[in-house]
Design a binder for this molecule. Structure first.
Ligand code: HSE
Length: 431
């Protein structure tokens, strides 16, 4: 049986999981894929910390070059993270004509063109299955299972940390900061948790999904990204009163020549399957013109689930290398560039949840309704939460019919100007 050698760069959480998977499942993978996948080297600056994996003698090294230049290494796995040295090593591996597997969504979202070009130039492959959805093979679904569809939309809960935080805020009424600390302790959060809670990790993943669905990779700085940092516990509660659960939702969709890629805390009806995705779980709900709605659910973060997808990618490359299968990297070329454009944030249409701290005086509600009406925003439901004490403003929640974000913003600016509200209004999308 043909042998294919693997080298891992980065022996942290995911790297150790990948090593564990390769060593534990070598035999069964050989039977399934008809190729013997051998872990040749693992490089990390720290090779003394116990990672809970019995690595054979001679495999661990502190010298990344010895992985990148070893002729016995056919596939380099990058599990370092970030866009610094990880980018350098990935490019070096590709230029050394080694195939690469990475879970690094930031690297692909920010430097995808350079990396896919290098793979193409060198005639090698790059797989990135675990960059979106951790243990859910959603990338494979879009590249293979749904390849014959026009993808109408993808709605995804793609960040385990945020979903864990939102679930506990809702179920236990806990404050944001306390739950974030627990998410970090459990190893879900990025080294810089701002990437999670400010929505950028989800945005990186949404950009990758857009590239696969539409051949169009928007610039991250053009994508509308809202995180959950300033989400108030009372909005989680009021949304629940209306029958909704708040999720940090990525939306990737296309209509005409416009692609929408956005990330925002969004009210999801409790009756929708996405609302049952709790804790650190992820899900993607994909609507194709032929498949109709399909949903993919699983663990979006953590050592073993992420490693499961990375090892699956290694298996696919190894099978191709051993048996002469075709390369994949050509398929992630951004074929849509020039024919589609990113829909500007203001043009995005949605129903909205609005909360105002409204002055308790005659006509105040009228000012709000009139301003919204003037901008063509129709109200669907309005509810005052609690009763006024003294002259204190009262929380009032309004649910709108579908409207353009720019119309809502214009109405909110007028409402603020009128002096009937006591704090910044809250604006959340409704799925
Ligand atoms: N920090 C990410 C999350 C890890 O919480 O989902 C997986 O990408």
């Amino acid at each position: 049986m043909k042998q294919i050698g693997v080298g891992i760069l980065g022996f942290g959480t995911v790297g150790a999981g990948v090593a564990d998977g390769l060593l534990k499942h070598r035999e069964v993978m050989a039977k399934r894929l008809d190729v013997d996948i051998v872990l040749k080297k693992i490089a990390d600056l720290d090779i003394t910390t116990d990672r809970g994996v019995a690595v054979p003698d001679g495999v661990l090294t502190t010298d990344a070059k010895s992985v990148l230049c070893d002729p016995a290494v056919d596939i380099v796995v990058e599990t370092i993270g970030g866009t610094g040295i990880a980018r350098t090593f990935v490019l070096e591996a590709l230029n050394n004509r080694k195939c690469v597997v990475t879970a690094n969504k930031k690297l692909l979202a920010e430097h995808g063109d350079e990396i896919f070009d290098a793979a193409e130039r060198n005639g090698v492959d790059i797989y990135f299955g675990a960059s979106v959805g951790g243990g859910i093979p959603i990338i494979r679904v879009l590249r293979e299972g749904l390849a014959g569809n026009d993808i109408e939309s993808i709605h995804g809960i793609l960040n385990g940390t945020c979903n864990y935080i939102l679930t506990r805020m809702e179920n236990e009424g806990l404050p944001f900061d306390q739950v974030l600390r627990d998410a970090q302790r459990l190893g879900y959060a990025e080294a810089n948790p701002s990437l999670d809670i400010d929505g950028f990790d989800t945005a990186h993943k949404a950009c990758i999904l857009a590239a696969l669905a539409y051949g169009f990779r928007p610039r991250l700085e053009d994508v509308h990204v809202e995180g959950i940092r300033s989400l108030a516990g009372e909005d989680v509660k009021y949304a629940a009163d209306f029958g909704y659960r708040i999720k940090l939702l990525a939306k990737v969709s296309k209509s005409g020549d416009e692609v929408e890629v956005s990330v925002a805390p969004t009210l999801v009806p409790m009756t929708h399957m996405l609302a049952s995705v709790n804790d650190a779980f992820n899900a993607a709900w994909v609507k194709g013109d032929m498949s109709d709605c399909t949903m993919y659910y699983g663990r979006g973060a953590g050592r073993a689930p992420t490693a499961s997808t990375v090892v699956g990618d290694i298996g696919d490359i190894a099978r191709n290398l051993a048996h002469g299968g075709a390369r994949y990297s050509r398929a992630v070329k951004t074929y849509g560039e020039g024919s589609v454009r990113l829909r500007p944030e203001g043009e995005i249409r949605s129903r909205f949840y609005l909360r105002f701290m409204l002055a308790d005086r005659p006509g105040a509600m009228g000012v709000v309704a009139t301003a919204l009406g003037r901008h063509g925003v129709s109200l669907m439901a309005v509810s005052q939460k609690g009763s006024a004490e003294g002259n204190q403003p009262v929380p009032v929640v309004a649910m709108t019919h579908a409207a353009k974000a720019s119309a809502i913003d214009a109405a909110l600016a007028e409402i603020k100007e009128s002096g009937v509200i006591g704090a910044e209004p809250v604006k959340l999308r409704i799925f």
